[in-house]
Design a protein around this ligand. Structure first.
Ligand SMILES: *[C@@H]1O[C@H](CO)[C@@H](O)[C@H](O)[C@H]1NC(C)=O
Ligand SMILES: *[C@@H]1O[C@H](CO)[C@@H](O)[C@H](O)[C@H]1NC(C)=O
Ligand SMILES: *[C@@H]1O[C@H](CO)[C@@H](O)[C@H](O)[C@H]1NC(C)=O
Ligand SMILES: *[C@@H]1O[C@H](CO)[C@@H](O)[C@H](O)[C@H]1NC(C)=O
Ligand SMILES: [Cu+2]
Length: 252
């Protein structure tokens, strides 16, 4: 019995399961996110850290988020391109304050961390419930390519405005590996209350998962990512892609 306990402890230690837990415990899975409500955030035309783009400009980047059709977790679709040539792998997080009108990314404060886990030691992606709720790149992977695309379900961030993991009126920040803030953007509600997708669409739609492959990549020609086109893009995604999002949720 004692030997077995010791052995299992050793096994757990070897597997690295002793992840940091928040002072208030692990993040609970959010099960009541309102289906169909989309939030998105798009980086502005010029960087916060100007030295990242000596000739002006900025990374292109957007995050859109919608609850899973069953309300369990939130499906994130993340795209970045035109990243700085050095200083990666880049990280990005949901931050716990909005960006003011002057674009000051320092004012976006720190990560969404309602269970008070702090960012040190780093998130163990094998135990995402122990990570800061806002640490998306810690849980789901850093930005390791340009362009970079990822689609995943996060079970702890929330689109329900009464949940501690709510980010819909907050922001995300893109960082160099050394944590310097390159750029940041506020989330905005894109569209409310679309109907739950019908099942019969799932067989005909491609599943956008991860980077590369069949997913479309933003091109240089689509430089002005205006609010309007973003809205229509996301709306189209919701309509035509709702079934694929659902499929992605099942896969991930
Ligand atoms: C962080 O990394 C960037 C890119 O490599 C560099 O320009 C910047 O000086 C670094 N900042 C600090 C504080 O080390
Ligand atoms: C940016 O925000 C930080 C933190 O709120 C503040 O200390 C700093 O003065 C602000 N800088 C500007 C230029 O507004
Ligand atoms: C964001 O929304 C929540 C819930 O409605 C609210 O409690 C919080 O104060 C808001 N935060 C900001 C920065 O507006
Ligand atoms: C899916 O079902 C809806 C409602 O039942 C129907 O109107 C639509 O034509 C169907 N679509 C396909 C591709 O079968
Ligand atoms: Cu951050």
């Amino acid at each position: 019995m004692r030997f077995q306990n010791t052995l299992s402890l050793l096994t757990i230690a070897a597997a690295g399961v002793f992840a940091q837990t928040g002072e208030l415990g692990d993040a609970p899975v959010v099960k009541n996110n309102p289906p169909g409500v989309v939030y998105s955030a798009t980086l502005p035309p010029s960087a916060f850290t100007k030295s990242a783009y000596p000739d002006g400009g900025n990374a292109k980047g957007s995050i859109s988020a919608v609850a899973s059709p069953d309300g369990v977790g939130v499906i994130f679709k993340v795209r970045f391109s035109n990243l700085p040539k050095e200083g990666g792998p880049f990280t990005y997080h949901l931050h716990n304050a909005p960006v003011p009108a002057n674009g000051n990314c320092t004012a976006a404060n720190s990560h969404i961390d309602p269970y008070m886990r702090k960012d040190d030691p780093p998130c163990d992606s094998k135990a995402p419930q122990t990570c800061e709720v806002g640490d998306l790149s810690g849980k789901h992977g850093k930005i390791t390519s340009d362009p970079f695309e990822a689609s995943y379900t996060d079970l702890y961030a929330s689109t329900l405005n009464t949940d501690p993991g709510f980010f819909g009126n907050l922001s995300f920040v893109l960082h160099f590996a050394n944590k310097t803030r390159i750029s940041c953007a506020n989330f905005e509600k894109v569209q409310a209350g679309t109907p739950v997708p019908t099942d019969n669409c799932t067989t005909t739609t491609k599943v956008p998962v991860g980077t590369g492959g069949t997913t479309s990549v933003p091109t240089q020609s689509s430089i002005p990512i205006a609010g309007a086109s973003l809205v229509s893009k996301s709306a189209a995604m919701l309509g035509a892609g709702a079934a694929s999002l659902f499929a992605a949720a099942l896969l991930l």
